[in-house]
Ligand binder design. Structure first.
Ligand code: PMV
Length: 331
């Protein structure tokens, strides 16, 4: 007779990087070319239920109630293979995942998705893994997922081996009440996703310069966060984002993620900070949407100014979030 399915539900938050991860030293293991830092986003999360079931003939995946596309199923299956090996099970899994932020907004959900999947899959088998080991495992699904396991302000140590590449907290969520105000410039799906993008980074002549200066930038951003020094933080975060996009733009083929409105917002943010004295700076991931990082007391003013730039902008807002966790079963 088949065993009862063993299931658990976990939640993980998305994160926004201040010193970016772009390019791998080992693509298969997702060992990054440089260490990175980020903050978790309290208001953007993925909730995932994993049920290991001896009756299943293959893994299944639904996202927001709909059967997922083949490409998503394949990526989840590959990650479940990693988890099956670690958790010593040969069973297949039923995976149901949902995001609380609107799908198709161009906000990368892979960090929260693979962190929630990892935590739920291990919990369903009754495995009590350390935060570090969960971060190591989540990294295999999506590099930035390693950073969604621990809470608050997080550093992902690049490491030089599978077990040495993990993320940990360096300041708790309540250390500094920063807000991420996200201007949704385009909802279009990325033509080149980050997994493919990481493979092109090495083709840019600028990547060695970005990598060799990353450790010093990371040290300085961490220190600015520790001392809540917004001016220093803002200059470094914008520099790091610009450096990553300079690498993207000079890869082969070039990756041009910015839209005209992205650039207009970047220039406006600098004006709001340097002339109008709002405590806000920008950073962009592998897409055109602009993350405006600001102190909590300036968030409403930043949102009002964004609306005055373009009345059609969708805007999301998030405070600093906690780490990934298992949800209590519904009774
Ligand atoms: O985890 P991935 O493969 O989606 O890569 C994330 C890459 C960036 O979002 C562009 C930068 C970062 O550090 O989050």
């Amino acid at each position: 007779m088949a065993d009862e399915p063993r299931s658990a539900t976990a939640r993980a938050h998305s994160n926004i990087a201040f010193v970016k991860y772009w390019g791998n030293r080992d693509h298969h293991l997702r060992l990054p070319a440089n260490s990175s830092i980020s903050m978790n986003l309290a208001d953007l999360h993925t909730t995932t239920t994993v049920a290991w079931d001896s009756d299943l003939q293959q893994d299944t995946l639904t996202i927001n109630g709909a059967i997922a596309a083949d490409s998503a199923v394949e990526r989840v299956r590959n990650h479940l293979d990693v988890l099956r090996a670690r958790c010593k099970t040969g069973h297949f899994a039923r995976v149901c995942s949902s995001n609380n932020f609107p799908m198709g907004t161009g906000i990368a959900s892979s960090a929260s998705a693979f962190a929630a999947l990892t935590v739920a899959a291990c919990a369903a088998l009754g495995l009590r893994l350390s935060e570090r080991e969960l971060s190591v495992l989540a990294r295999r699904g999506s590099g930035s997922a390693a950073r969604s396991i621990p809470p608050g302000y997080v550093e992902w140590h690049a490491g030089d081996s599978h077990n040495a590449s993990f993320a940990e907290t360096f300041a708790p969520p309540n250390h500094w009440r920063l807000i991420d105000v996200i201007a949704i410039v385009s909802r279009a799906h990325k033509r080149t996703g980050s997994s493919a993008g990481h493979e092109t980074a090495g083709a840019s002549v600028l990547q060695p310069a970005r990598i060799s200066s990353a450790a010093e930038r990371l040290r300085a951003v961490k220190s600015a966060i520790k001392h809540r020094d917004f001016g220093r933080f803002a200059d470094l975060v914008e520099e790091d984002s610009n450096l990553m996009h300079a690498v993207m733009m000079t890869s082969k083929p070039p990756l041009l993620y910015w839209e005209p409105l992205s650039f207009a917002i970047m220039k406006a943010v600098r004006y709001w900070r340097t002339v109008e004295k709002l405590q806000v700076c920008y950073t962009l991931d592998a897409g055109p949407n602009v993350h405006c990082i600001c102190v909590a007391s300036d968030a409403d003013r930043v949102i009002a100014r964004l609306r005055s730039l373009s009345s059609e902008l969708d805007i999301l807002r998030s405070a600093v979030g906690c780490g990934a966790y298992v949800l209590a079963p519904e009774s």
